[in-house]
Design a protein around this ligand. Structure first.
Ligand SMILES: Nc1nc2c(ncn2[C@@H]2O[C@H](COP(=O)(O)O)[C@@H](O)[C@H]2O)c(=O)[nH]1
Ligand SMILES: [Zn+2]
Ligand SMILES: [Zn+2]
Length: 568
């Protein structure tokens, strides 16, 4: 069948269902109301619930199971989750209206005790045995307790498959002081873990499921350690990992019966995994099928075969959509403060020096507006302001700049602190902070190449503006083109690939006089970076005291004020 080009333009890659099928979300970061200015990701949590309800019926009718899993990071990145105190107050109850079979924890649930408390008060009690945390515990009356269950052993409703599930967070060193994260290499030596493996021998288990908030790249780190233990204990069993944290789409084959799926970020993707457990003779591509489903109603309706929106919207889905509308209204998230008219500002679709780089815009226009709280007599005439690029969470698109915008771009309400150091020392701090990836910079799939600054000549046309060149693929909307261990057909919707430029760990706004060589400089940075900056100064042979408070007007507030009085 030769489809007309416009049909091809809107074509989607169908799902291939297995005995057991999974839907995976990760790093949703509060984006439950969808992306208002990006049609590709315009689906909201109500649409996702409608989609999953139809898919559960569809699979059950075919004698198959559908399992839903989420691997954490459920706030910090959108006003729906971050415009309340504690953040997540309104968004978590909406999140939990989705019927998950396994929910695990991300590092963003652990920076502040108030967020961990919310997991314990809201999600754990309502999810009961579905909240699984194998290596994170909380402190109560001097004793550590698991957050939820350390593992879950359950039987699937349709196929009656016996699943042994674990959930691991990466070796996170910044958890609040009332929680603790035990690295995987230690967990596998703990009695409870060994007891579970011996209590559920091969004959008692059909599938091992690991839902984790950690990158699942088979060539690096912690998952490989876990893989060796599980594969040894369950030599011939299908094992399925779902990972997160690095905000990428990726799929990796560890062996014929073990694969790992990562499903992006910010409600841009619903990861799908179809697993055939029935036959032993299947090769890996017959046993596993993966898809990265664009988080929008077109994709959801296509995969459920329901063309009418009225039929697609379920009762729960519609009620969640209504709840999202009233939540956004109550939080005033769509109240307009200013306008983004000049251009879109991107995190890594353009190099840092590009005028459309969001880091360029922030360091050149917004950070210089930061004013000290203390009297200026104690201050130096020159200063540099350092931010970590991981604190900037999303692009800023043309259109109204609203109350939601600063939560989307920079949700962290960190104070600014100050250290005064000689200029020649100050100028060496940023290069040191950029030497390692300890302040997480984006991790793209191993096949994906970052572009360097010198690759600047690429087509930097606006995201979403289609150039009308003859070539068919050029007419596709921009989006993910994911290359993984199964090739480049994993995205459910063909896109024209966006390009990603390498982004450093930190960037700085420098107001330094090139002529004054030996002056002292005020180095201003987020309180969040204190240990990193002090570590860099120590490496420079300039150990420092604790920094002083400079300002409590966090970046999101600076951006709001700038947008209210300037054209962005
Ligand atoms: N400036 C701040 N940056 C923060 C803070 N909390 C987290 N972060 C940044 O987020 C990434 C981790 O995000 P993830 O979604 O990949 O888990 C972390 O590496 C920091 O760069 C904060 O309070 N202030
Ligand atoms: Zn995240
Ligand atoms: Zn994370």
């Amino acid at each position: 069948l030769i489809l007309e080009e416009d049909q091809l333009l809107n074509s989607k890659r169908p799902l291939r269902f297995g005995d057991i099928n999974f839907l995976h979300t990760t790093d949703t970061h509060g984006w439950l109301s969808g992306h208002k200015v990006q049609k590709t990701y315009s689906g909201d949590w109500g649409d996702f619930v409608s989609f999953s309800e139809h898919l559960r019926n569809l699979t059950a009718e075919n004698g198959q199971d559908l399992i839903l899993v989420d691997s954490g990071d459920r706030h910090d990145g959108n006003g729906l989750s971050d415009a309340t105190s504690p953040n997540g107050l309104i968004s978590t109850p909406i999140f939990k209206r989705q019927h998950y079979d396994i929910v695990s924890i991300g590092n963003h649930e652990l920076y502040l005790w108030e967020n961990t408390q919310q997991e314990l008060d809201v999600l754990v009690p309502s999810l009961t045995d579905k909240y699984v945390c194998s290596n994170v515990e909380f402190l109560r009356d001097g004793k550590y307790y698991p957050i939820g269950l350390k593992y879950r052993y359950f039987t699937t409703p349709v196929q009656k498959k016996r699943i042994l599930a674990f959930s691991f967070l990466f070796d996170f060193a910044r958890a609040n002081d009332k929680t603790r994260v035990t690295p995987i290499e230690k967990v596998i030596e703990e009695d409870w873990f060994k007891t579970v493996l011996s209590h559920f021998p091969l004959r008692e288990v059909d599938v091992i499921l690991v839902v984790g908030h950690l990158p699942v790249d088979k060539n690096v780190g912690e998952v490989r350690i876990l893989h060796q233990v599980l594969r040894k204990q369950y030599p011939d069993l299908p094992i399925q990992y779902f990972g997160g944290h690095s905000h990428i789409r990726d799929f990796q084959v560890y062996d014929e019966k073990l694969t790992a799926l990562q499903s992006g970020r910010f409600c841009e993707t619903v990861g799908f995994l179809g697993l055939n457990t029935s036959s032993d003779s299947l090769d890996v591509k017959q046993r596993f099928f993966r898809s990265y489903i664009d988080f929008n109603v077109d994709s959801f309706q296509f995969h459920t075969g329901i063309s009418s929106t009225e039929e697609f919207n379920t009762k729960n889905g519609l009620s969640i959509k209504d709840e999202l509308i009233s939540a956004r209204r109550n939080l005033k998230l769509d109240v307009v403060i200013g306008k983004v008219t000049k251009s879109n500002y991107y995190m890594d679709y353009v190099p840092l020096s590009h005028p459309q780089s969001i880091y360029n815009m922030l360091t050149s226009k917004v950070l210089p507006t930061l004013e000290p709280e203390q009297n200026k007599t104690e201050l130096q005439t020159e200063r540099m302001i350092i931010i970590n690029t991981g604190s900037i969470r999303y692009d800023l698109y043309k259109g109204p700049y609203t109350v939601d915008s600063h939560f989307i771009v920079s949700p962290f309400q960190n104070d600014w602190v100050r250290l005064t150091v000689p200029k020649d020392v100050a100028k060496k701090i940023v290069p040191i902070l950029n030497q390692r990836s300890y302040i997480v910079s984006r991790l793209l799939p191993p096949h994906h190449r970052y572009l360097e600054e010198e690759d600047y000549g690429f087509d930097s046309s606006e995201f979403g503006t289609e150039d009308q060149s003859e070539n068919f693929s050029k007419k596709l909307s921009k989006g993910y083109v994911t290359e993984d261990d199964f090739g480049k057909e994993g995205d459910d919707t063909p896109h024209k690939a966006v390009k990603n430029f390498k982004i450093t760990n930190v960037v700085a706004s420098e107001q330094l006089d090139p002529d004054s060589k030996d002056s002292q400089v005020d180095v201003i940075f987020y309180s969040f970076l204190t240990q990193n900056v002090k570590g860099a100064l120590k490496r420079l042979g300039y150990p420092s005291d604790e920094p002083e408070l400079y300002s409590r007007k966090y970046l999101g507030m600076l951006l709001d004020d700038f947008a209210a009085t300037n054209e962005l």
